[in-house]
Design a protein around this ligand. Structure first.
Ligand SMILES: *[C@@H]1O[C@H](CO)[C@@H](O)[C@H](O)[C@H]1NC(C)=O
Ligand SMILES: *[C@@H]1O[C@H](CO)[C@@H](O)[C@H](O)[C@H]1NC(C)=O
Ligand SMILES: *[C@@H]1O[C@H](CO)[C@@H](O)[C@H](O)[C@H]1NC(C)=O
Ligand SMILES: *[C@@H]1O[C@H](CO)[C@@H](O)[C@H](O)[C@H]1NC(C)=O
Ligand SMILES: *[C@@H]1O[C@H](CO)[C@@H](O)[C@H](O)[C@H]1NC(C)=O
Ligand SMILES: *[C@@H]1O[C@H](CO)[C@@H](O)[C@H](O)[C@H]1NC(C)=O
Ligand SMILES: *[C@@H]1O[C@H](CO)[C@@H](O)[C@H](O)[C@H]1NC(C)=O
Length: 880
């Protein structure tokens, strides 16, 4: 089904169930539904309903189930819902609901299920929820709730699921949670909780799923966490947990998923490993110690085990070879000893094996070659030795192979060249000898190759020239000689990656050209020092000189800047001691530092300057390319002077102008509440702008427009009327800023194309003419009025209307900003009349738009519009 829910449903007075879920219904939920007091089930979920939840729903006192989830509902959750005394199941999740959870919900004592997750709810979790003693399932996750959890939630003794994750909650986890004895799911992840996890949580026998990750919890986890023997999921990574590993975890056979990484948990893991159901365990970056028990071999479902970056000792148990599901094993950065067990070769699903940074010795077991799924193998930084057997090259899926920093000996096998998927090969810091096999050039995916710190001799194979994927090669500290291949990679490579070899020559920067090398063979060592030392010294010298020059230059400009501020007296702040005021402004803004910047726009940056006297100014620093020749100073001064003399209650007063070496500045009166655009975007501030205030703002703006267009000696067109340019003072008086700025800048020879208005407010005729008239301002004003009452820019509405030619009729109620309650009858009349004038300002033909004077007159005498019954449902006709 499509379309909106008909208002005529109001006649279905006997109906008890309305089930319209899983359709494509749109539009608002009719308020009238709230009068069908026999409803017991109201199921409107999974549609595209918009607008807010009608407060009339508070009448439905027989309702047991209200499902509105998975719609596009916005606005507040009406407090009237607290009157639904029969309600058992309330699900409003996945909408765009705002505001706080009404504390009247404390009256819904029959409620067993409350789902408000995935909205934009803010505010505290109301204490009153603690009265919902029948509640079994409370899910408030992924909202913007803040404050601490009320202790009273502990009264919810029937609760089985509590999910508060993904909010901004803080403070401690209440120990009253220990009273929620039926709890099996407790999710508090991604908040800002601190303090200890209360021991009482360890007494909850039914706990199955715990999630605390992404908080700032400290102290130990409760030792008896798994005392009920039901715990499946324990997720607490990224906290500051310390203290011992919970003792009950050692034998917690129910565990499926454990993530404790990045804490400071201390504990002996020697007895761990009896987890027949365990799938995923990550305990990296803690302070765990002890040995890996042979018991791990019985975790038959284990797919991932990470205990890297701890303090494990002892050997890797051979029983781990039985973990037939294991895909990732990371035991790196511990103190493991002994050899790599050959049984690991049984791990047919293993794709990532990292044993790096341990104390392992011996050679790589032949069986490793049987790891047919292996993609990443990191055995670096151990004491491994011996020959690298003909085996690794059977792991054809290998993408990364790191054997660096061991004691491997012998040749590099040409067969490594068959690992076509390798992108990283690091064999550095071993004792490999002999030549670099030319077959390595067959590694067509290879990006990083490090062969440094070995005993390789011969030359770099010329076939390396064709390795197109290679981005980094390091062959330093070997005994290589001869020409380096000639390719882009080598031409651009840093020369330290080729240093300390026997005699490399060729295209690498800093290496000698190949013919000269053959002559000066024996002198190479001396040659290196003789050539490189002066080159390096020269580079250093140049750098030092450059740094010194830079410093001097900076110091100089700083000094002259300071001088100029006081010397170059181009200040002209009328009715003030200009120079002095400007000096104070410079001080107050700390030389126009970023910190004092309150906005930037097309014309420049705006700073807030609070003088020692307590006076506040807005100072606009104009971005402009200095071009004195194009500027008629006299004309400019006259223009500024004219603007300074303009005084209107609704135009931001220009107080003066100054020019200094730091730039050119216009000084304005300061408007406390900033611009209208920001105010409308911010949900909380937008609510402060109630209908009355918005009506006044329209009047303020139209008065200013009429004055500038009709009452000045010559018409002044603003060119850029937008909500960004309407500023409000403490009393919500609206003023237009930047009147006349376009004109001043014009004299400055500025290219005005970038000042010719803002997209979305531009009159349509500007598409074909550059003639900016006052009717362009009138058009922008029309857009502004719509924006003000709709709460957001009407761009989408206007473009959707321009597509249809007939249906240009919109019900006023559907236009109004849904964050505010509907206006009362009197305001509704005024808003209706204002919108009617606004749409006439949007006439495509400039001549059909009213003048600002006329609009001003009509808007000021609105009372004459006389009342028609229902303005909220009256239509507004847009011009085509
Ligand atoms: C509902 O709750 C509010 C605030 O908690 C309370 O003032 C009001 O009396 C309650 N109403 C009913 C019907 O219980
Ligand atoms: C709830 O928990 C608190 C603190 O743990 C305790 O003092 C209180 O007696 C408990 N209430 C009930 C009803 O068990
Ligand atoms: C985390 O908690 C510790 C005390 O336990 C505190 O010092 C620290 O500032 C907190 N960090 C954050 C980011 O809240
Ligand atoms: C690791 O263990 C050794 C000795 O067993 C101890 O000296 C060291 O402090 C431990 N390191 C950490 C980070 O726990
Ligand atoms: C493989 O494991 C290492 C070590 O835990 C890790 O850094 C890396 O991201 C893993 N790679 C993949 C692709 O899982
Ligand atoms: C190559 O390996 C050596 C030693 O392991 C290391 O010092 C060097 O930084 C590595 N080179 C590159 C380019 O990573
Ligand atoms: C490289 O070294 C090996 C032994 O270390 C030697 O047999 C071989 O002749 C050397 N090759 C060259 C080109 O010097």
């Amino acid at each position: 089904l499509m379309g909106s829910i008909p208002n005529t449903f109001v006649n279905l007075t006997k109906i008890t169930t309305l089930s319209l879920y899983d359709n494509q219904l749109s539009g608002h939920v009719p308020r009238a539904l709230g009068f069908l007091v026999n409803f017991e089930l109201l199921l409107l979920q999974k549609n595209q309903l918009t607008g807010s939840i009608p407060d009339t729903f508070g009448n439905l006192n027989k309702l047991t189930t209200l499902y509105l989830f998975r719609n596009q509902l916005s606005g507040y959750v009406p407090k009237e819902l607290g009157s639904l005394v029969s309600l058992e199941d309330l699900q409003l999740y996945k909408n765009k609901l705002l505001g706080s959870i009404p504390n009247t919900f404390g009256n819904l004592t029959k409620l067993t299920t409350l789902y408000l997750y995935d909205n934009q709810l803010s505010g505290h979790v109301p204490r009153e929820l603690g009265c919902l003693v029948n509640l079994e399932d409370l899910e408030l996750h992924r909202n913007k709730l803040f404050g601490s959890i009320p202790n009273a939630l502990g009264n919810l003794t029937k609760l089985t699921t509590l999910n508060l994750g993904g909010n901004q909650l803080m403070g401690c986890i209440p120990n009253t949670f220990g009273n929620m004895t039926k709890l099996n799911t407790l999710f508090l992840d991604d908040n800002q909780f601190s303090g200890h996890v209360p021991q009482e949580i360890g007494t909850l026998m039914d706990l199955k799923y715990i999630q605390f990750d992404g908080n700032n919890l400290s102290g130990p986890l409760p030792p008896s966490l798994c005392v009920g023997g039901m715990l499946k999921t324990l997720i607490a990574f990224d906290n500051n947990l310390n203290g011992p590993l919970p003792s009950s975890l050692i034998n917690c056979r129910s565990l499926v998923r454990v993530r404790l990484e990045r804490n400071q948990i201390e504990g002996d893991i020697s007895k761990m490993g009896i987890y027949p159901n365990l799938v995923y365990m990550d305990m990296r970056s803690n302070n765990l110690f002890g040995q890996l028990s042979f018991l791990w071999g019985d975790c038959h479902n284990l797919q991932m085990l990470r205990i890297s970056n701890n303090n494990l000792t002892g050997e890797i148990p051979a029983s781990m070879g039985q973990l037939s599901q294991l895909g990732l094993l990371d035991l790196s950065s511990n103190k493991l000893e002994g050899e790599i067990p050959s049984a690991l070769g049984n791990l047919k699903k293993l794709f990532n094996l990292s044993l790096a940074d341990n104390l392992l010795h011996g050679s790589i077991p032949q069986e490793i070659g049987a790891l047919s799924s292996l993609e990443l193998l990191d055995l670096s930084s151990n004491n491994l030795n011996g020959l690298v057997q003909y085996s690794i090259e059977h792991c054809l899926k290998l993408r990364l192979l790191k054997l660096n920093h061991n004691n491997f000996i012998g040749n590099i096998h040409a067969e490594l060249g068959s690992l076509r998927n390798l992108y990283e090969l690091d064999l550095s810091d071993n004792s490999f000898i002999g030549a670099i096999p030319s077959q390595l050039s067959g590694l067509s995916m290879l990006e990083n190759l490090n062969l440094s710190h070995n005993e390789l001799n011969g030359s770099i194979p010329s076939s390396f020239q064709s390795m197109e994927s290679l981005t980094s090669i390091d062959v330093s500290y070997n005994e290589l000689e001869g020409p380096v291949p000639n390719s882009k990679l080598f031409q651009q490579a840093p020369n330290q990656r080729f240093m300390h070899n026997k005699m490399l020559c060729g295209v690498v920067n800093g290496l000698p050209p190949c013919n000269s090398v053959t002559q000066s063979r024996g002198k190479w060592k001396g040659y290196k020092i003789l050539v490189l030392a002066p080159v390096l010294a020269l580079i250093c010298l140049i750098l030092i000189v450059m740094i010194l020059m830079f410093w001097r230059e900076r110091k100089k400009t700083k000094e002259t800047n300071n001088d100029k501020v006081t010397q170059e007296k181009v200040f002209s702040i009328w009715s003030f001691d200009g120079a002095n005021v400007f000096k104070q402004i410079v001080e107050a803004t700390n030389h126009f530092s970023e910190m004092h910047c309150i906005g930037t726009g097309g014309y420049g940056s705006v700073y807030k300057a609070i003088l020692a006297t307590g006076e506040i100014f807005a100072v606009k620093k104009i971005h402009m390319i200095e071009d004195e020749c194009c500027m008629n100073k006299q004309l400019f001064n006259r223009e500024v002077e004219a603007l300074v003399q303009i005084r209107h209650r609704n135009i931001v007063q220009l107080l003066g102008y100054c020019s200094s070496s730091q730039g050119r500045f216009l000084i304005y009166e300061y408007m406390e509440r900033g611009d209208l655009a920001k105010m409308l975007k911010d949900n909380e501030r937008a609510i402060e702008l109630d209908w009355r205030r918005r009506i006044c703002i329209v009047l303020d703006v139209v008065h200013a427009l009429a004055y500038m267009h009709h009452d000045c000696s010559s018409t002044i067109v603003h060119r850029d009327i937008t909500s960004n340019n309407i500023l409000l003072d403490q009393e919500f008086r609206a003023c237009i800023s930047d009147f006349g700025t376009a004109k001043i800048l014009n004299i400055y020879g500025q290219n005005l194309t970038r000042l010719a208005g803002t997209k979305g407010y531009l009159a349509p005729e500007l598409a074909y003419t550059e003639n900016v008239t006052e009717k362009c301002d009138v058009y922008s004003f029309g857009v502004l009025v719509l924006e003000l009452f709709m709460g957001s820019h009407p761009g989408d509405l206007l473009s959707s209307l321009s597509l249809t030619t007939k249906n240009n009729f919109v019900c006023m109620k559907d236009l109004l900003d849904s964050r505010l309650a509907l206006p009362d009858a009197e305001s509704a009349i005024e808003i209706y009349c204002m919108l009617s004038v606004a749409v006439r300002c949007l006439e495509p033909l400039p001549s059909r738009r009213p003048t600002a004077r006329r609009a001003s007159d009509e808007l000021s005498t609105i009372k004459a519009c006389e009342d028609r019954a229902d303005y909220l449902h009256a239509g507004i006709t847009f011009p085509v």
